[in-house]
Ligand binder design. Sequence first.
Ligand SMILES: Nc1ncnc2c1ncn2[C@@H]1O[C@H](COP(=O)(O)OP(=O)(O)O)[C@@H](O)[C@H]1O
Ligand SMILES: [Mg+2]
Length: 144
Amino acid sequence: MVTTTHDQMETIELAQKLAKKLVGGKVLALHGDLGGGKTTFTKGLAEALKVEEIITSPTFVMLKNYPAKLSDGKKIELVHIDAYRAETIDDIKSVGIEDFLNRDDVVMVVEWAEKISEILPKNMININFKFIDENTRAIEIEDK
Ligand SMILES: Nc1ncnc2c1ncn2[C@@H]1O[C@H](COP(=O)(O)OP(=O)(O)O)[C@@H](O)[C@H]1O
Ligand SMILES: [Mg+2]
């Protein structure tokens, strides 16, 4: 399904809507244009998942994790990855990604997921971000 958002709040609200349906163990693969709204979307997810810290882009550290809660109250960790700078799979292993894979108490969000697809599970929810103009984004959430 493609949703067009007209400002960053609408992108955040779209993420919050998706967050309500998430269960532990899900991996969200975010693809698409730089400035497309992947980090903004992740902020919306984090808010809905009751992350208390302000999340910032893990551009340089590549992986950050935050205590979070699913809509049913279950405690999880939200793992936010930005794989843009990963040149090899070892780069992303070196920041500890394997500690968080295959866990039903983790929701993982991966910007530039295509760069590390070989280490990620096959049944991800793919989300594609397209920059239309300054404030407009087309966001396609793969049906699952
Ligand atoms: N509709 C929109 N959705 C999301 N971000 C938007 C939108 N319109 C403008 N923006 C701006 O675009 C930028 C998106 O940046 P960011 O979320 O960091 O993108 P990415 O992580 O994909 O590179 C932010 O500065 C945000 O304020
Ligand atoms: Mg980003």
